[in-house]
Design a protein around this ligand. Structure first.
Ligand code: PEP
Ligand code: MG
Length: 564
C-alpha cells in the first residue's frame, strides 16, 4: 500500500499503465548539423502537433480542456523564450541543452513563486519543453487516443497536455510521484471526475505495467496487487461511490436543504471572469469568492481602474442579480508580483501580504476600491478584505473604501448606493475576536486554507508535513464554531471559501456548526448539494457538539462516519 495525497475522490480499480520517465540516451538522440534550424523545425512541429491536439481535445473533452493548448501555442511564440534558447546556442550550447536549460530555468522561476496559479504555469513550461525535446531527440509522446483498454496511469508526473487528452472511460484513475492537492494534475482530475492520488514518493520503483491496482482517491492510497480481501472490500466501496455519483447532474439545479429544512447557501469560487459560466452551469447560487489577484498576475503593470471595473461589472452582470463576493487584492505570500516591487521576505506567508500591503499602498488599493464602487451598480456586490488580523486593519480598510466613494462622487461618477462589506477570517487572531469584529461587518467568510495553516503552524504548500494539515482538528472546529456563533449572535451570516467547504467529509460537521454558505469549486457543487439533501440538520448539530469535545481529528472522523 502506497500513501500519498488524496487529489481527486473516488475509487478506481484497473490494470496499471506505467509511464516511464522519458529520457533518450545521448547516443540514440538525433544529431543536429544545423542546431538553429533544428530548433526552428522543432518549434514548427510542436505547433502543428498542438493545433491538431487542440482540435481533437475540443471535440472529445470540450473547449475548456482544449484551452491548455492555446496557452502552449502562445508560449511557443514567446520571443523571449526563443531568444534565450538562441542565445544559449550562440554561447556554445547544443540545441538540446539550450532548450533543457531554458525550460528548466523558466520552470524553476515559476515554481519558485509557489503560487498555485504560477505552479500551473511551471507545469505548462515543462510540458512545452518536453514536446520540443521530443522532436529534438526523437522521443515520441504518448498517444492517449491509442489506448485499447481502460487503465490506471502511474507516472512521475503528468503534463497538462496529457491530462487534457484523458478520456475518463479509458483512464480509470491515476497516481503520480509528485504534486499536491492544488497541482495541475490534481485540478484536472477533479474536473474530469477521475480518482487520483499524487505525491507518492518512489512510486515508479514499486509498480509495473499490467499489474492490478486500486486508487483510493479519498484516503490518498494506492494498492498494487491487492489481496482478494482488499479487492472485495474496494469493489463494494466502488459501487457505493458510483451510486453516490449516479444522477449527480440532476442535483445542480436543486437547493441544498437538509431533510429537516435547514437551507444552506451554495456559491462558487472563481479566479477569472470566464469562470462564471461553469459556476452557473454547476448550479452556483452566487459567487462566494472572486480572487481578484489573478487579474494582477502575468503582466508588466497593474490593471487600470477601467480594466478592473470592466472585469467586476462583467461578473456582476453575468451573475444576473445573484450575490457576488469580490475579495480585494490578496497578493504576497505565495503570490509574488514583479511590478509591485515587494521586498523578498524570509517568511512571506507571515509577511507583507494582502490587506497589509494594500493599507500601506493606498494609491494602489484605491484604484481597486474605485473600480468596485463603479461596478457595484450592476448587481449584488459584496466586498471582502483578506487577511485581517485586527480591528484597526478592518477600520482602516473601510475608511479607504468610503474615501474612494467620496472621491468618485466628487468627480461626478456614478457609484453603487451601498455595498455590503465583509472580511475573511483566516488568521486565528481574527477568529478569536470575531465577537468584536462582527458588529463592524455584514458577513464573515472563513478562509480555511490559511486558517488551518496558521492555526496548526503547517505550511499549506509543504507536502512533507501534509499529514499535519488537518481540517478536522478539534482546534479548527472550535475556531469555526466560535466565529459562527459570534456572527449569528449579532445577526451576521458566515460563509466558508477555503477547500474545507468542498470536502464531503467536512460538510456534515460544518452544517452542524451552522455555516450559512459554502463557497466551493464549481464542479464540487452537485456533490455537496446531493450530500446536504441526505443530511438531518438536527443530527449534524448533535455530531458537531460531540466533535467540539473530541480530542483528535481521527475521533472526529469516526463521529462523522457514524452519521451515515
Ligand atoms: C483561504 O485561505 O482559505 C482562501 C480561500 O484564500 P486563498 O486560498 O486564496 O489564500
Ligand atoms: Mg487565504
Amino acid at each position: 500500500m502506497w500513501s500519498g495525497i488524496a487529489a481527486s475522490p473516488g475509487i478506481a480499480i484497473g490494470k496499471i499503465l506505467l509511464l516511464p520517465n522519458k529520457i533518450v540516451p545521448e547516443e540514440k538522440q538525433k544529431k543536429h548539423d544545423d542546431p538553429q534550424r533544428a530548433f526552428e523545425q522543432a518549434l514548427l512541429a510542436s505547433k502543428e502537433e498542438l493545433i491538431t491536439l487542440r482540435e481533437q481535445v475540443a471535440r472529445t473533452n470540450g473547449e475548456e480542456m482544449a484551452a491548455v493548448f492555446d496557452a502552449h501555442l502562445l508560449m511557443l511564440d514567446d520571443p523571449s523564450l526563443i531568444e534565450t534558447v538562441n542565445q544559449a546556442m550562440r554561447d556554445g550550447a547544443d540545441v538540446v541543452t539550450a532548450v533543457q536549460e531554458t525550460i528548466q530555468n523558466l520552470s524553476l522561476m515559476f515554481s519558485g513563486l509557489e503560487d498555485e496559479y504560477m505552479q500551473e504555469r511551471a507545469a505548462d513550461v515543462r510540458d512545452i519543453g518536453q514536446r520540443l525535446l521530443g522532436h529534438l531527440t526523437g522521443a515520441s509522446a504518448m498517444d492517449w487516443s491509442a489506448l485499447t483498454e481502460p487503465v490506471i496511469v502511474i507516472a512521475h508526473d503528468l503534463t497538462p497536455s496529457d491530462t487534457a487528452q484523458f478520456n475518463p472511460e479509458m483512464i480509470y484513475g491515476f497516481a503520480t510521484e509528485i504534486g499536491g492537492k492544488t497541482s495541475h494534475s490534481a485540478i484536472a482530475a477533479r474536473m474530469m471526475g477521475i480518482p487520483a492520488v499524487v505525491g507518492i514518493k518512489e512510486l515508479l520503483k514499486g509498480a509495473r505495467s499490467g499489474e492490478l491496482a486500486i486508487v483510493d482517491g479519498e484516503a490518498g492510497q494506492l494498492i498494487v496487487n491487492p489481496t482478494q480481501q482488499q479487492l472485495v472490500q474496494y469493489e463494494a466501496k466502488f459501487r457505493q461511490s458510483r451510486d453516490f455519483c449516479a444522477g449527480m447532474d440532476s442535483f445542480q439545479e436543486l437547493p441544498a436543504v437538509t431533510v429537516d429544512r435547514q437551507r444552506i447557501g451554495i456559491a462558487a469560487n472563481i479566479g477569472w471572469v470566464r469562470d462564471v459560466e461553469s459556476a452557473l452551469q454547476y448550479g452556483a447560487e452566487g459567487i462566494g469568492l472572486y480572487r481578484t489577484e489573478f487579474l494582477f498576475m502575468n503582466r508588466e503593470t497593474a490593471p487600470t481602474e477601467e480594466e478592473q471595473y470592466i472585469a467586476y461589472k462583467t461578473v456582476l452582470e453575468n451573475m444576473a442579480g445573484r450575490p457576488v463576493v469580490i475579495r480585494t487584492l490578496d497578493v504576497g505570500g505565495d503570490k509574488q508580483i514583479g511590478y509591485l516591487n515587494m521586498p523578498a521576505e524570509k517568511n512571506p506567508f507571515l509577511g507583507w501580504r494582502a490587506i497589509r500591503m494594500c493599507l500601506d499602498r493606498p494609491e494602489l488599493f484605491k484604484i481597486q476600491l474605485r473600480a468596485l464602487w463603479r461596478a457595484g451598480r450592476y448587481g449584488d456586490l459584496k466586498i471582502m478584505f483578506p487577511m485581517i488580523s485586527n480591528l484597526d486593519e478592518l477600520r482602516r480598510a473601510k475608511e479607504l473604501l468610503l474615501q474612494a466613494r467620496e472621491e468618485l462622487v466628487a468627480e461626478g461618477k456614478m457609484v453603487a448606493g451601498s455595498i455590503s462589506v465583509g472580511m475573511m477570517i483566516e488568521i486565528p487572531s481574527a477568529a478569536l475576536i470575531a465577537d468584536q469584529l462582527a458588529p463592524e461587518v455584514d458577513f464573515f467568510s472563513i478562509g480555511s486554507n490559511d486558517l488551518i495553516q496558521y492555526t496548526m503552524g503547517v505550511d499549506r504548500m509543504n507536502e512533507s508535513i501534509n499529514h499535519l494539515y488537518q481540517p478536522l482538528h478539534p482546534a479548527i472546529l472550535r475556531l469555526i464554531s466560535m466565529v459562527i456563533d459570534a456572527a449569528h449572535r449579532q445577526g451576521k451570516w458566515v460563509g466558508m471559501c477555503g477547500e474545507m467547504a468542498g470536502d464531503l467529509t467536512c460538510v456534515p460537521v460544518l452544517v452542524g456548526l451552522g455555516l450559512d454558505e459554502f463557497s466551493i469549486s464549481a464542479s464540487d457543487i452537485p456533490g455537496v448539494k446531493k450530500l446536504v439533501r441526505t443530511l438531518s440538520g438536527r443530527k449534524c448539530r448533535e455530531v458537531a457538539a460531540k466533535c467540539l469535545a473530541a480530542g483528535t481529528a481521527a475521533d472526529i472522523r469516526a463521529l462523522i462516519a457514524d452519521l451515515s
